[in-house]
Design a protein around this ligand. Structure first.
Ligand code: GDD
Ligand code: MN
Length: 377
């Protein structure tokens, strides 16, 4: 009836057939790569009904703008722009949850992953041969020759740990290139960590061998433009993920980092106390207060750089963050002493009372810091 808004021939052609595949591409500063990737997908996925969802964490180079321009011209392209959040895993999870095809693939924007494997991966899932297909560098026919020696060593080491500690059976759990049935993903999604880089490892470990998995070899290429976002902090994220999965999520990565920073604070406190007493001849109460102040400050800085680096406070909010962190820690100290005292009252074992107080303090500080200092925007 409404002839005027009938789609033109181009659009009609794109919307025939039910969507088969959603490709999710996390991006951070990839403006020079996204168009090239889109063109490659067009070629590799000819004959398949697909869409691509770019999940961009508000890249300073405005990658999202390039994606929007593509999306305006081609309905198969979508853009999710996240503000105030960072993280590869979280971006992939959001992208897959926003997709609608029965299968979802995850790949880098920088052309390091081999898009020509996607059709084969899709066929494996559609035929029922797999629920998860992993693009693997470490099976026969695959390689990561573009890695330098340090990165190759780190990758091999992390893979060994994942296999031994978490009992993961696949050859390349560190791969960032995979395809999964969306219904299976959605069952696992609530247990996945949004922090960190290793979403595939998280998926495989969380599924406890219940995902029918096939690996297809591919050669990990060199980056087209720009540089890798993988830094040494990724190692910390990795350890945290392994620990969280190993303890069945009893300890989270963030809590672990927070507690580790707290431990470093104790060393800083004692060093400052020593210096204040011996070098500056301060009386004990002042020296102790100086120790606490310096330790709280270094803890704040470290937490801002490590524990909460995905929500890092910048500019003026650092001042407010620091002040509220002092406040949180002061109350935490009261809680610490209070708990230690009442435990000691029941059971006069000094180390038990001391440890209970310290645990109370760190749990309090952690919970309150998350609420008030690095609160989610
Ligand atoms: N949205 C978002 N947010 N995307 C991100 C972020 C982030 O914080 N950090 C990185 N990305 C995007 C990059 O823009 C890129 O498209 C993709 O995630 C992978 O990041 P790279 O910086 O290219 O990492 P890599 O090539 O060193 O490592 C990748 O490949 C390895 C081997 O498959 C990652 O996928 C690793 O997890 C993987 O082990
Ligand atoms: Mn890459």
């Amino acid at each position: 009836m409404n002839q005027a808004i009938r789609p033109g021939p181009e659009i009609a052609q794109q919307s025939t057939g039910e969507l088969q595949l959603s490709v999710v591409v996390p991006t951070f500063n990839e403006r020079d790569n996204v168009t090239a990737l889109f063109r490659k997908l067009e070629t590799a996925l000819a004959g398949i009904a697909w869409e691509v969802i770019f999940v961009d964490d508000n890249s300073p180079d405005a990658t999202w703008q390039v994606v929007r321009d593509l999306a305006r011209k081609d309905g198969r392209v979508r853009c999710i722009r996240r503000i105030g959040r960072r993280g590869l895993s979280g971006a992939c999870i959001e992208g897959i949850l926003a997709s609608s095809a029965p299968c979802a693939a995850v790949m880098d924007a920088d052309l390091q992953h081999d898009e020509t494997q996607l059709a084969k991966m899709l066929a494996l899932i559609e035929q029922g041969a797999a629920e998860l297909v992993v693009g693997s560098r470490y099976v026969e026919g695959g390689n990561a020759d573009s890695f330098d020696r340090a990165r190759a060593g780190a990758s091999a080491f992390a893979t060994e740990i994942a296999k031994r500690v978490l009992g993961v059976r696949i050859a390349d759990p560190m791969s960032g290139f995979f395809m999964i049935r969306r219904d299976r993903f959605e069952q696992l999604a609530p247990q996945l960590s949004t922090q960190g880089f290793k979403i595939l490892l998280d998926l495989v470990a969380t599924a406890h061998g219940e995902l029918k998995t096939v690996e297809v070899p591919y050669s990990f290429g060199a980056r087209l433009h720009g540089e890798s976002k993988l830094d040494s902090m990724v190692a910390l994220d990795f350890l945290g993920l392994v620990l969280a999965k190993f303890t069945h999520d009893a300890v989270s990565l963030r809590f672990l980092l927070f507690a580790m920073v707290g431990g470093s604070g104790l060393v800083v406190h004692l060093a400052t106390l020593f210096a204040a007493l011996n070098l500056f001849d301060l009386p004990f109460p002042e020296a102790q207060a100086a120790g606490a102040l310096v330790a709280m400050t270094t803890n704040f800085v470290l937490n801002n750089f490590l524990t909460y680096r995905d929500q890092r406070l910048k500019g003026f909010s650092i001042v407010w963050g620091l002040l509220s962190f002092y406040l949180v820690c002061s109350v935490g100290l009261l809680a610490n002493v209070g708990v230690a005292f009442s435990v000691y009252d029941q059971e006069p074992i000094w180390w038990l009372a001391g440890a209970a107080g310290a645990l109370m303090g760190v749990v309090w500080n952690y919970a309150m810091s998350g609420l008030f200092v690095w609160r989610k925007r």
